[in-house]
Design a protein around this ligand. Structure first.
Ligand code: C2E
Ligand code: MG
Ligand code: MG
Ligand code: MG
Length: 275
């Protein structure tokens, strides 16, 4: 009887695995059609100077409006897009849209675009960046590319070369989600970053945990000694911002300063150059 129960459990497991796999396949299929079907859009989230409150730039965050499933979060579809390869055309679309958008603004704010590890290792990202800058007329110094450490851990030599070439074009590189996952001081030493983005998890704790605050302080000191500005992600309250200010953090981003929103959203309309 125990064996029958086990068999049943195994079967159930296989059926649900099968369903999950089918679900992923159909979602991956939909993903390949997301661009031609106009289901992708971009949201923009402000990045500000902690000291002066001035706007420095906007991070571009991809949104997928699926006809049946509604808004699918990036945490669900980016990994899938990376697995099935759709991240290459999608990443290219994001870069082109973002640069075209920023080039139309009447302010020279930076635009920060997330790059997938797959784009860095499986495409000629340098040629693409070059092409998109020429095509949109965006000044290279206004383009920042955000990468996580998982991006460079796979093939360090190639990643280093690629990042150097991107910087030679005049664009800048930020290390995203710093302080979690693969983060290591070795990466900071070896790679030519222009900005450190302190992972959001530290903001969750900084008000209540002396340890978190000590680590934030240490990373800010590190940024200062390396002459690399630090941006704190996920700032949701005034008191977090106050702490960042008293600790000398350079930049901040988070719901307290502004939610990610579409260009049509009221707060960003003033950015558009009047035709
Ligand atoms: P990320 O690059 O670290 O982006 C920051 C994420 O934190 C965004 O989530 C943003 O909406 C969210 N966020 C911002 N402020 C706050 C806050 O105060 N509190 C909280 N709780 N969250 C905040 P989102 O838009 O869901 O994106 C998740 C991740 O998906 C991004 O993390 C990035 O890794 C990836 N992603 C988004 N767009 C793209 C893209 O165009 N290409 C690639 N390759 N990845 C993307
Ligand atoms: Mg990012
Ligand atoms: Mg981040
Ligand atoms: Mg993140």
């Amino acid at each position: 009887r125990a064996k029958a129960a086990l068999n049943q459990a195994v079967c159930f497991y296989e059926v649900s695995m099968d369903e999950a796999a089918r679900g992923r396949r159909s979602l991956a299929n939909d993903l390949w059609n997301a661009i031609p079907k106009n289901q992708l859009s971009l949201h923009y989230q402000v990045q500000k100077s902690v000291l002066t409150g001035e706007t420095i730039g906007y991070e571009v965050l991809l949104r997928w409006n699926h006809p049946e499933r509604g808004m699918v979060p990036p945490s669900e579809f980016i990994p899938l897009a990376e697995e099935c390869g759709a991240i290459l055309p999608i990443g290219e679309w994001v870069l082109r849209e973002a640069c075209r958008e920023a080039a139309s603004w009447n302010e020279g704010y930076k635009i920060a675009v997330n790059l997938s590890p797959v784009q860095l290792s499986n495409s000629d990202i340098v040629a693409l960046v070059h092409e998109v800058l020429l095509e949109t007329g965006l000044s290279a110094k206004r383009l920042e590319l955000e990468i996580t450490e998982s991006t460079i851990i796979q093939d360090k030599d190639r990643a280093l070369l690629t990042l150097r070439q991107i910087k030679a074009l005049g664009a800048t590189i930020a290390i995203d989600d710093f302080g979690t996952g693969y983060s290591s001081l070795e990466t900071l030493r070896a790679f030519p970053f222009d900005k450190i983005k302190l992972d959001r998890s530290f903001m969750l704790e900084v008000e209540v945990s002396p340890q978190a605050k000590a680590i934030v302080r240490a990373i800010l000191a590190l940024g200062q000694s390396l002459a690399v500005p630090v941006l704190a992600e996920g700032v949701e309250t005034q008191s977090q911002l106050d702490i960042l200010q008293s600790e000398g953090c350079d930049e901040a981003q988070g719901y307290f300063l502004g939610r990610p929103q579409s260009m049509d959203a009221h707060a960003l309309l003033g950015l558009k150059r009047s035709a």
